[in-house]
Design a protein around this ligand. Structure first.
Ligand code: ATP
Length: 139
């Protein structure tokens, strides 16, 4: 069992969090939207209402001791980058980030994050592979 944090509980972040829980891990979910956090609080180990660009909040949640952190903030480039910088300063080694634009990708590459995810492109490729080999997908 590993300890993960997922920052941003939109469709992508929440789906990842629930799957990590299903696989037997511990997940701290963080989102600034209190309504959203309240609706998912039962499904995660910890669900916290916090601004992920606020260093003291991340420290309070002990995000620095997580094995890996997934940053799933989509639209705000500024928040995503600030959060990554804070995670670096908290010494998180494994940082995976959802990127939305080319500039976002370039900045994340420079920051040395472990993995940059482009959900739409990645799922597009997976779907094409399944369409190409529909039978293979069942194994
Ligand atoms: P998805 O496609 O996964 O639904 P999205 O790409 O549209 O999401 P956003 O809705 O912009 O991305 O962000 C995902 C979540 O991140 C939202 O629930 C939002 O409240 C949260 N979020 C955005 N900024 C912050 C922040 N600074 N701190 C914490 N959570 C944040």
């Amino acid at each position: 069992m590993s300890q993960f944090a997922v920052i941003g509980l939109g469709r992508f972040g929440l789906a990842a969090s629930i799957e990590l829980m299903r696989l037997g891990n511990s997940v701290i979910g963080v989102d600034s939207d209190s309504k959203l956090v309240n609706t998912v609080s039962e499904q995660l180990t910890v669900a916290a209402i916090a601004d992920a660009t606020d260093e003291s909040s991340l420290k309070e949640l002990d995000i620095g001791s997580c094995d890996a952190v997934l940053v799933a903030i989509g639209e705000s480039l500024e928040a995503s980058i600030l959060c990554v910088l804070l995670l670096k300063s908290l010494n998180v080694k494994e940082i995976w980030v959802k990127a939305t634009t080319k500039p976002h990708h370039i900045i994340l590459t420079k920051l040395g994050v472990s993995r940059i995810i482009h959900p739409e492109e990645e799922i597009g490729v997976r779907v094409a592979q399944s369409l190409n080999y529909p039978m293979m997908n069942q194994y």
